[in-house]
Design a protein around this ligand. Structure first.
Ligand SMILES: [Zn+2]
Length: 154
């Protein structure tokens, strides 16, 4: 069964909210899917012990080097994440041109992120597919830190 997610994350990978701000933000985001005819299966705040890949699932088709523009391939990316117990400091050497980069600098077909917190929105339906810039700004105000969104398909 296919599942769709909107993953709302702080723009700073290390940043974590208080439990109260996390709950308040989940409540605010849930309210965005509470209109007439809207539906959402679950909206949950999730904390991660370490900086964690916020992936896009099947939306991640390839990864590109920001230095030389080369297509690196998702196999390399998944092997790297599998080999590293933790994403840690996000430092990596790319195979295309040997540049030392931050994982968060890699370019993906669809946006992904790294975070220690997310508000996870599962299987929603409403008129607007994505969260708008205004909705993200309001969610960030409740959370206490600017946020962005990652869309995922599993
Ligand atoms: Zn390169």
């Amino acid at each position: 069964m296919s599942e769709l997610y909107i993953r709302v994350i702080p723009t700073d990978p290390e940043w974590q909210p208080t439990a109260e701000a996390a709950a308040g933000t989940a409540e605010y985001v849930a309210g965005l899917f509470a209109g007439s005819g809207d539906h959402v299966e679950a909206v949950e705040p999730v904390f991660y012990e370490r900086v964690t890949l916020i992936d896009g699932g099947e939306y991640m088709e390839d990864v590109f080097c920001p230095r030389c523009g080369g297509a690196i391939g998702m196999d390399w990316f998944w092997e790297l994440l599998h080999a590293e117990a933790a994403v840690g400091d996000l430092g990596v050497t790319v195979p295309c041109c040997g540049a030392a980069l931050s994982l968060s600098a890699l370019r993906f077909e669809a946006p992904i992120g790294f975070a220690r917190f997310e508000v996870s929105v599962r299987n929603w339906s409403r008129g607007a597919w994505e969260l708008s810039g205004e909705e993200l700004a309001a969610a960030g105000a409740v959370l206490g830190h600017p946020v962005t969104q990652v869309h995922a398909h599993y």
